[in-house]
Ligand binder design. Structure first.
Ligand SMILES: Cc1cc2nc3c(=O)[nH]c(=O)nc-3n(C[C@H](O)[C@H](O)[C@H](O)COP(=O)(O)OP(=O)(O)OC[C@H]3O[C@@H](n4cnc5c(N)ncnc54)[C@H](O)[C@@H]3O)c2cc1C
Length: 400
């Protein structure tokens, strides 16, 4: 990842982006690439090593199996974009982005769960997604290493679903944005000035005041705190997640398996990567807490994995880490676009565990708002803050 400066070179910018994770870099790169944009962009990042950023803790997968057609369209755009990454960013030196299309496999073991898979399947097929509904016999045939006795139904997706190299996308955007003149500043935004229906600029922790034509909130799990600086209430809160990498027997055709328990597992190089929420309910916690929780592996994840895939009774845990979802508590879906009443304050928040794959569409959307004042390609209006203000969910039920 390229360098950050210690001081801004100007007193004001056309665009100030708060947060330089995947969303901030996407917004910066798409905007700088837009032929209609001639201004200055500043990305302000309080953690320039990205040690604590959600982008560094991600599992980096993409899927088409959403319940919401707009999320399907967002991920379909991403799959095509990733395959043409160097061309899209106009950088021949950019690496190709690997996409291992092993498909997601959602499993249901209750009538309600099976009914939900069927409803989602109808939505997905109507959107042209390649996805198969499989009964237990078909599941046993396609995945002979899996216990299917308790299952009623499974849903397996196609080659646009699986792992992709999100780190390469992140680095590619960061490098290209810098080539195009975007400044990256190591600093913390502590205040957002706003008068009437416009934000005016930001104040940094050292007291520096910077003018801004637009301010973009790309602050990940801290999005609620950044929004509050402009008097905006955002129902986005950090939720702890645990990831585990382990070695075990190689199993042919292994997908991204989502057990009905919520534990999920996929191939990861020569091993496997599993993920889960902590024990008990998904309660608010302090997002500076990166403490590992060994009980979760010993008492929850490993037993559930071994019950579903007997070969996982024998495995070796290699490493694990903690990460934080930026969870939208209203409907577990992105909150994107202008704040009603503060039209030059733009949000890209609340991605609830599916943000990495949404970053291309979100970066494009923010650039369109900045350059044209409205969406030119995919209309993300339904994901705007207005629905939150009205308490109207625009939900995603396939949240992992
Ligand atoms: C365990 C885990 C697995 C995941 N797996 C997937 C997956 O498989 N597929 C998928 O699509 N998504 C996945 N996600 C979600 C995805 O990783 C996130 O949605 C995405 O990385 C969020 O990016 P971001 O830029 O919004 O946030 P971040 O990466 O957290 O970046 C925000 C940045 O803002 C900075 N910041 C905050 N406040 C300020 C301030 N006041 N001033 C300056 N800087 C500030 C922070 O330091 C941070 O670097 C996963 C997430 C986790 C935790």
């Amino acid at each position: 990842m390229a360098k950050f400066s210690d001081a801004p070179t100007h007193a004001g910018y056309d665009v100030v982006i708060v947060g330089g994770g995947i969303m901030g870099c996407a917004a910066a790169c798409f905007t700088a690439l837009d032929p209609g944009f001639q201004g200055r962009i500043l990305v302000v990042e309080r953690d320039p090593t990205y040690e604590f950023a959600t982008t560094s803790q991600t599992n980096s997968c993409i899927r088409q199996q959403f319940s919401n057609p707009l999320n399907i369209a967002i991920s379909r755009f991403a799959a095509g974009y990733l395959r043409n990454f160097a061309e899209e960013i106009g950088d021949e030196a950019a690496p190709a982005i690997r996409l291992d299309g092993f498909g997601y496999l959602y499993l249901a073991n209750t009538p309600e769960g099976a009914a939900r898979l069927e409803v989602n399947h109808a939505v997905q097929r109507a959107e042209g997604v390649a996805v198969d509904l499989l009964d237990p016999a078909a599941l046993a045939q396609r995945f002979p290493w899996m216990v299917v006795d308790d299952l009623l139904l499974g849903s397996h997706g196609g080659p646009d679903e699986g792992y992709f190299d999100g780190a390469a996308m992140f680095e590619g955007w960061g490098r290209r944005a810098r080539q195009l003149g975007v400044e990256f500043l190591a600093a913390e935004v502590v205040q957002i000035a706003h008068v009437g229906n416009r934000v005016q600029g930001v104040m940094l922790a050292d007291g520096t005041v910077l003018g801004a034509g637009h301010v973009v909130n790309a602050a990940g799990p801290r999005a609620d705190r950044v929004a509050a600086m402009a008097g905006v209430e955002l129902p986005v809160a950090p939720r702890k997640r645990l990831s585990f990498i382990f070695e075990a027997e190689e199993l042919a055709g292994f997908p991204l398996l989502i057990d009905p328990s919520g534990v999920h597992v996929r191939r990861d190089g020569t091993g496997y990567l599993a993920g889960a929420a902590p024990m008990g309910s998904d309660i608010p916690r302090d997002d500076t807490d990166f403490a590992e929780e060994p009980d979760v592996w010993e008492e929850k994840v490993w037993p559930l994995l071994a019950a579903r895939v007997p070969a996982f009774e024998r495995l070796r845990l290699r490493t694990s880490w903690v990460g934080w979802y930026e969870m939208n508590l209203l409907d577990q879906n992105a909150i994107v676009g202008p704040v009603p009443g503060l039209e030059n304050f733009l949000l890209m928040n609340g991605f609830s565990g599916h943000g990495l794959q949404q970053a291309p569409a979100m970066g494009r959307a923010i650039s369109e708002l900045i350059v044209s004042g409205g969406y030119r390609t995919l209309d993300l209006g339904p994901l705007g803050l207005q629905r939150v203000i009205e308490g109207r969910a625009f939900g995603e039920v396939n949240v992992i």
